[in-house]
Design a binder for this molecule. Structure first.
Ligand code: UTP
Ligand code: MG
Length: 246
């Protein structure tokens, strides 16, 4: 039982990362005060073995900026986020994070708990914030359809949500955490374009709830690129270009 709990805690920690500076391995990631919320200088990273996944990575994300990361399948976008979280083996370079980070993984993950508890994730209930998050993450209509509303048990032992619903719950959990830094790994991939636009406008974009927070957005949705501060292009484990949309 203890082993099982330890195991599930590890996976919760890995997948739903809400990072405090104490949790970061100081060998991989420093947490010094900086004008940049996120930075990697001359970073080279591997998942183990001979293969170097990310090479010569230089990335700086100013506090409060929205930065997009684009690139084809398997180019290293998720690895880049993992490197920032200290989860890859660092062969060279420096990584610094200044602030508490929330991570929305590419594969949204749901706990066996009520929908509400999946969003609160141990944080105290704040009615106003909670309702704002539900609306911004386009979950209101889903709540109305679930038999017990936000008290419905979801996850493996409860009602199985669709991929898009899971993604919106995972997003809501991150937004509700009120972190300083948000690492979004393709959070709009399973929602339709109308819902995607609602979430971009109400959460991620400059009119959204996370206005003023630092956001790194891995995305395939080019439609949002004109609305971000900076774009990084990843090809085959290297950043080949960065700059504004223009
Ligand atoms: P990524 O998973 O970083 O690529 O894999 P990506 O850009 O995010 O791809 P999509 O768009 O989501 O599909 C880059 C390399 O790192 C390896 C992969 O096998 C791939 O060769 N990798 C990734 C691992 O070895 N372990 C991991 O946990 C993740
Ligand atoms: Mg990926």
């Amino acid at each position: 039982m203890i082993a099982y709990m330890a195991q599930s805690w590890v996976s919760i920690k890995r997948i739903n990362k809400f990072l405090n500076s104490e949790e970061i391995d100081p060998n991989n990631v420093t947490t010094h005060p900086s004008e940049y919320a996120l930075s990697i200088s001359n970073g080279t990273f591997t998942w183990g073995g001979e293969h170097v996944t990310l090479k010569n990575i230089n990335l700086k994300v100013k506090k409060g900026n929205l930065t997009a990361v684009v690139g084809s399948v398997g180019s290293g976008k998720t690895s880049l986020i993992s490197a920032l979280l200290g989860e890859m083996e660092k062969l060279n370079g420096e990584v610094n994070i200044d602030g508490r980070a929330a991570y929305v993984p590419q594969q949204a993950w749901i706990q066996n708990a009520t929908l509400m508890d999946n969003i609160l994730f141990g944080k105290a209930f704040d009615k106003q914030l909670y309702n704002q998050v539900i609306d911004a993450c386009a979950l209101r209509a889903d709540l109305a359809m679930l038999p017990g509303g936000d008290q419905t048990e979801i996850g493996e032992k409860g009602i199985n949500l669709s991929g898009g619903q899971k993604q919106r719950v995972a997003l809501a959990r991150a937004v509700y955490s009120e972190s300083d830094i948000y690492l979004f790994d393709d959070p709009l991939s399973a929602v339709d374009s109308h819902v995607g636009k609602h979430i971009f406008d109400n959460v991620i974009g400059e009119t959204g709830m996370l206005k003023g927070k630092t956001k790194l957005l891995v995305t395939h949705a080019v439609v949002y690129l004109p609305k971000v501060d900076e774009i990084y292009v990843v090809i085959n484990g290297e950043i080949t270009e960065s700059g504004s949309y223009k």
